[in-house]
Ligand binder design. Sequence first.
Ligand SMILES: NC(=O)c1ccc[n+]([C@@H]2O[C@H](COP(=O)([O-])OP(=O)(O)OC[C@H]3O[C@@H](n4cnc5c(N)ncnc54)[C@H](OP(=O)(O)O)[C@@H]3O)[C@@H](O)[C@H]2O)c1
Length: 202
Amino acid sequence: MLNIGRPKQGETLVVAAASGLVGSLVGQIGKLHGCRVVGVAGGAEKCRYVREELGFDVALDHHAADLAEQLRSACPDGIDIYFENVGGHVWNAVFPLLNDFARIPLCGLVAHYSDVGPPAGPDRLVAFMRAVLTKRWTVQGFIVSDFGAQIDDFRRDVSAWLQAGKVKYREDIVEGLANAPMAFIGLLKGRNFGKLLVRVSQ
Ligand SMILES: NC(=O)c1ccc[n+]([C@@H]2O[C@H](COP(=O)([O-])OP(=O)(O)OC[C@H]3O[C@@H](n4cnc5c(N)ncnc54)[C@H](OP(=O)(O)O)[C@@H]3O)[C@@H](O)[C@H]2O)c1
């Protein structure tokens, strides 16, 4: 979020999978850096949590048929940072709203992990590449360990925010290793609510 997203005061940040561990922390860090934060999550309960407990400015349910229109209304100045966890129809709604010089930290594509072939057409790769060129976007994929050298900064800052109540988190604990496969499949369908953990023993 900080290395690739480079948040600035007053910018608009959109976060996909906003109620999960990654998305919830990204959005809260965006708020702490003065961004207007719009979260996208699945269902009314997750959206209420994102808005009322995590303090995002707006939370939108991606199951809504008019997600693209709702997102446009929620981002009147366009989108400066899109933290991508999902892909799929959420990306489709975000794509036309991204501003010049937008930053797109590409963390995950959970909507596509079960894909068994190329997506249905039309092929939009050229439109995407043209937008990256003409709008001068920064799109950077990363694996969290790429920033391993900053783990001490992360622990210092996030620990202080947790202790001060500036950052909140939620865990979704599944009991028993035997339930791990179903829990993992559920993660791909949005059945988890918060960081999904499997407790293998007490
Ligand atoms: N790059 C890295 O190093 C790294 C490290 C950890 C995680 N990740 C990625 O970060 C993302 C979030 O991970 P997490 O552990 O915090 O998981 P999470 O957000 O707690 O769980 C995944 C969430 O994705 C949403 N989702 C699933 N299918 C979707 C779809 N078709 N369309 C829209 N949303 C969908 C669901 O939430 P809703 O009910 O809200 O739809 C689900 O709860 C994942 O893509 C993961 O692979 C990357």
